[in-house]
Design a protein around this ligand. Structure first.
Ligand code: HMG
Length: 440
């Protein structure tokens, strides 16, 4: 079977930074630790006046094409995943292709372009579409450009305001990839839900607490479905488990769910049983409430054990480093989590090639998807070529007043004037409607 997966990854963060502990929490009258410890977030990225989903996506894609020495002819598909689209007809991939065509001699006239929408999971769905296209042998030797790009903003004074972010991830999908090969097996958990939605509106209507429950419920179903096709997983099977990360605190909850699922019936559950008992089973309880109380008690005990703490520190914590600095990037979020883990391994000389990742994607509305990936020998090169740390460090730190202006600008779909806080540096910029997104 042909090996297909991600050959290269590039990340582009919005150029502004909102410091949640220093700038946001005091204005909200909150304890900064609610953000840094409770949600696990230190800062969120925001787009500067000349940035939007097109420019961020095009800039990430351009870095990727330059690094891989690609020309438009090499690209057979451009798949964009976003839930911040501004055009109900033309897909964002056409705008991104238009940007890229300004700087290459060739064009993308023979590439299939589209836009995927299913909240945050659309990034992984686009990746799957690209992989399936190659596996089906329809690619004529070409690769696919997958771009996940979003400005994840919530209405002012809503609870979601704590978990915003903006940025893009570009991935190059090919045969014999350098970074990760995707498993053909997948597990799904999917149901019609209304806890987070944007029907013809700029900002989401969101029931935050319920959205967390729905995330966990769909993730549980996807884990079960994946186990159905792959057989039981063991915590030692995976070097890292990148989850969709709206904020690291959500992943803390998802990780316990995953661990409980994987230790069921293993020697780990047997060993832990001496201290914290066995996992409660619904059949042993008369009602749902007492079952949930027992689960909650078991989880408290489990997360205090050395076995769990070590597994979490090794397998989950490394996936959260970028996200804790940039916030939720919606469709890009799980792909940042994967990249954080690869970066951690490269920086700590961890011999990751040949090891497996379990990638757990999620989108409100709601659907979770689980698949496995095998890390390839070239992953370190992709990490070494990234300047994500420099980008994060170079962001302009906005004051609360400036944050309000930036938010207003995006609320009114760019009709509010805003002086840029930073200067573009050889990149695509939004320059008003008409001839747009020029490279400056
Ligand atoms: P909130 O009411 O602002 O926060 O809502 P909270 O009061 O629940 O506090 C958050 C955590 O901080 C809690 O931890 C507190 O205990 C803790 P938990 O009990 O959950 O473990 N805390 C503190 N810790 C230490 N020191 C303190 C302190 N104070 C409190 N002083 C919420 C938080 C996430 C609900 C809100 O920000 C929100 O609505 N966000 C948007 C929705 C969202 O992100 N949902 C996540 C699941 S759905 C999803 O991931 C899909 C999504 O990405 C969209 C898509 O798919 O397109 C959103």
């Amino acid at each position: 079977m042909t090996s297909v997966g991600i050959d290269a990854i590039e990340i582009w963060t919005g150029k502004l930074k909102l410091d949640l502990a220093e700038t946001f929490a005091p204005e909200m009258g909150d304890d900064p630790e609610k953000y840094t410890k409770g949600l696990g977030l230190h800062a969120s990225s925001f787009p500067d006046a000349y940035e939007d989903i097109v420019t961020m996506g095009a800039n990430a894609a351009h870095r990727l094409m330059e690094r891989k020495g690609l020309q438009p002819d090499d690209v057979g598909r451009i798949d964009v995943a976003t839930e911040s689209a501004f055009d109900n007809s033309k897909p964002v991939s056409t705008y991104i292709a238009g940007c890229l065509e300004q700087v290459y001699d060739g064009d993308f006239h023979h590439a299939n372009k589209g836009e995927r929408k299913f909240a945050c999971i659309a990034g992984t769905q686009s990746l799957d579409d690209a992989v399936n296209w190659i596996l089906a042998g329809r690619n004529r030797g070409r690769g696919a450009l997958v771009v996940a790009t979003d400005t994840a903003l919530y209405a002012r004074d809503s609870s979601g305001e704590a978990t915003q972010g903006a940025g893009a991830v570009a991935m190059w999908i090919t045969e014999d990839p350098d970074v990760v090969e995707l498993s053909t097996e997948q597990g799904y958990g999917s149901a019609d839900e209304t806890d987070f939605l944007k029907p013809n509106q700029q900002f989401p209507s969101v029931d935050g607490k319920r959205s967390m429950q729905v995330y966990l419920a769909r993730m549980r179903e996807a884990l079960q479905d994946f186990e159905g096709v792959m057989g039981a997983s063991h915590p030692d099977d995976y070097a890292y488990i990148p989850f969709h990360t709206p904020f690291p605190g959500m992943v803390r909850k998802a990780a316990v769910l995953g661990y409980r699922h994987m230790i069921r019936g293993t020697e780990i559950e047997d060993e832990l049983a001496e201290d914290i008992g066995r996992q409660p089973r619904r059949d042993d309880f008369d009602d749902q409430e007492s079952f949930e109380d027992a689960i909650s008690e078991y989880v408290d005990g489990l997360t205090d054990t050395d076995a769990y703490r070590e597994w979490y520190a090794d397998t989950i914590e490394p996936t959260l480093s970028i996200s804790s600095q940039v916030g939720n990037w919606y469709t890009g979020s799980v792909h940042i989590a994967r990249f954080s883990a690869l970066k951690h391994a490269a920086e700590n000389d961890i011999d990751l090639a040949g090891q497996k990742l379990l990638v757990a994607s999620y989108g409100s509305g709601a659907q979770a998807e689980i698949h496995a990936e095998t890390v390839q020998d070239g992953f370190e090169e992709s990490v070494a070529a990234s300047n994500v740390d420099e980008q994060i460090a170079a962001r302009y730190d906005i004051s609360f007043d400036e944050y309000e202006q930036v938010h207003d600008r995006h609320n009114h779909e760019k009709s509010v004037e805003l002086e840029p806080f930073t200067q573009p540096d050889s990149e695509f910029v939004f320059d008003g409607w008409g001839p747009m997104n020029e490279r400056k």
